[in-house]
Design a protein around this ligand. Sequence first.
Ligand code: G6P
Length: 366
Amino acid sequence: GAAELGPYRHFMQKEIFEQPRAIADTLEGVQNIMPELFGDGALSVFKQIDNVLILACGTSYYSGCTAKYWLEGIARIPTQVEIASEYRYRESVPNPRTLVVTISQSGETADTLAALRHARELGMEHSLTVCNVSTSAMVRECKLAYITRAGVEIGVASTKAFTTQLAGLFLLALTLAQLRGRLTESQEAEHLKAMRHLPAALSAVLALEPQVIGWAEQFATKENALFLGRGMHYPIALEGALKLKEISYIHAEAYPAGELKHGPLALVTSEMPVVTVAPNDALLEKLKSNMQEVRARGGVLYVLADADSRIESSEGVNVIRMPEHYGTLSPLLHVVPLQLLAYHTACARGTDVDKPRNLAKSVTVE
Ligand code: G6P
């Protein structure tokens, strides 16, 4: 009802704005990096594994895709991410030294549960879930768990569950890094400091809402959109495209920007808005040349640029500048304007934002 919504028009908008609080709650009590964050017996499990297999669906799958960059980059542990409904029916090569990580907001998604059971039947007993519902089947069936504290999520399109999953998965990467001798005390302190600052950093990003509304008014009249990202922001581009299709019914695709020339460039016209997630990282210069390729075909760019990157608005290039350059945790911040873009585009088109057609909050049947 209206009372629960407070000043917001929809639950999705409310949940987007709850993210600073949700992240703070999810990290509450985390003083140090240690295996016990994931439950009793975590140390013994983590000592027996030499790779990670992430299984999830939908938005949770994209948080897994992001976490792969952290698990391999920081913890140096080989990581695969698979869509649960594919994994369960695929002939794979099981390795008993695998940590099976399921990611699920609800903890009841049928395909993800079935994938977990399939992995167990193949002899992979070490399991951990990053889940938002402590009483769910997923938490009961996994040995270890990190419970995110996003709070109840009502909007069908997941928002705060996603960013809190990322926070939990980042802690997992740091914990495995520590056990593998890849995390010095000063690095640990630095990462924890950055994590504690996330709520304030997220609030600063949420304050960009008026600028995103300006973009949404332009998107509302379009039927297609392309999202580009590179590295760990490629999954963020995928998530941005998913949000847009789920609630505004605009056809949206995400591509790793370097792949543009191998196909999607053929689609670019002045009618194709191209959202570019452009943090100031090692790939920025490459991304800038990908942006030139779009401009040369008349495509209109909508760029999320970092505070310190030298990308300016110009003809056909619309820039929203992120308040801070956030390094490794940057995906948590860059996804927020994309959530807002989908939300306001859907509002402008008058769709049923919290209950998009044909979709369910939790898919408990195959
Ligand atoms: C449904 C929801 C999505 C969600 C996906 C996975 O498709 O509409 O928002 O990402 O299920 O759900 P889970 O609860 O397992 O994260």
